[in-house]
Design a binder for this molecule. Structure first.
Ligand code: NAD
Length: 247
């Protein structure tokens, strides 16, 4: 079991949804958790609710200087960095022909470049600490394609690939890097989504943020021989297609 006591954890996009559930789970594991987000009011509220083992820090994941400040601050507040959860993400609707170049670039900038910046700046700290875990929150959109969210799909496949590249480079430092691939989860991101999105799944429902947090907690604390690996929780959505047999 990976011991998080006396160590710091940074959860991006921690102010709500999956990130807030992850922060809650990791506080229980004994870590000091930095809830890092652009949503200052929501983030401050969540951190206050979690007690002295959590603080909110403003972080726009696309901003390298803010990343440096947050990582410095995490280590000054709670001790050497142990875990980075790259969870911040956005979705923007638009297909290959309809998403504007600016929209496409922005989604890539937040979901992929933002996560890479975190890894780029956190990896030397984890190397110095002698161990650590990076969890990248991808999606089933990083395992299969979806129409109508071209930039999102590209960003989540990119994050899955980047996870493997980082795992190969950081294994010798005892730093594990894994990706997590949720299907539809009930969060503000999916609030406007038709519930029928989940109807064709073997488990025909949306997942809960706490279910993703439990998986991420497992990857961090228990999956000590896994790196470069994909952890899928999607109600079976990517298991395959059902054949309709002739009667
Ligand atoms: N909800 C789902 O169905 C689902 C499924 C698969 C993957 N995911 C992924 O899970 C992650 C969390 O999603 P969620 O459903 O909780 O969404 P959410 O919209 O509820 O939360 C995302 C958080 O990221 C923050 N954020 C956005 N841009 C940021 C930036 N530039 N810098 C810092 N923080 C930023 C937001 O402020 C927000 O707090 C995302 O990466 C998302 O792509 C979600």
């Amino acid at each position: 079991m990976f011991d998080l006591h006396g160590r710091s954890v940074v959860v991006t996009g921690g102010a709500r949804g999956i990130g807030a559930a992850v922060a809650r789970t990791l506080v229980k594991s004994g870590a000091g958790v930095v809830v890092a987000d652009i949503l200052e009011r929501d983030g401050t509220t969540i951190a206050a609710d979690l007690g002295p083992q959590a603080v909110f820090r403003r972080l726009d994941v696309t901003d390298e200087d803010e990343w440096r400040r947050v990582l410095d601050d995490a280590e000054a507040t709670f001790g050497p960095l142990a875990v980075l959860v790259n969870n911040a993400g956005i979705v923007d609707f638009g297909g290959v022909e309809s998403e504007s170049p600016a929209q496409f670039r922005h989604v890539l900038d937040v979901n992929l470049v933002g996560a890479w910046l975190g890894m780029y700046l956190a990896a030397p700290r984890l190397r110095a600490a002698g161990d650590g875990v990076i969890v990248n929150v991808s999606s089933t959109a990083g395992l299969i394609g979806y129409s109508g969210i071209a930039g999102y799909v590209a960003s989540k496949w990119g994050l899955r690939g980047l996870t493997k590249a980082a795992a190969l480079e950081l294994g010798n430092a005892n730093v594990r890097v894994c990706s997590v691939h949720p299907g539809p989860i009930r969060t503000p991101m999916t609030a406007g989504m038709d519930p029928s999105v989940a109807a064709g799944q073997p488990l025909p429902r949306f997942g809960e943020p706490e279910e993703v947090a439990a998986m991420i907690g497992f990857v961090i604390s228990e999956a000590t021989f896994s790196t470069g690996s994909e952890f899928v929780l999607d109600g079976g959505a990517t298991a395959g297609a059902s054949l309709v047999m002739p009667s």
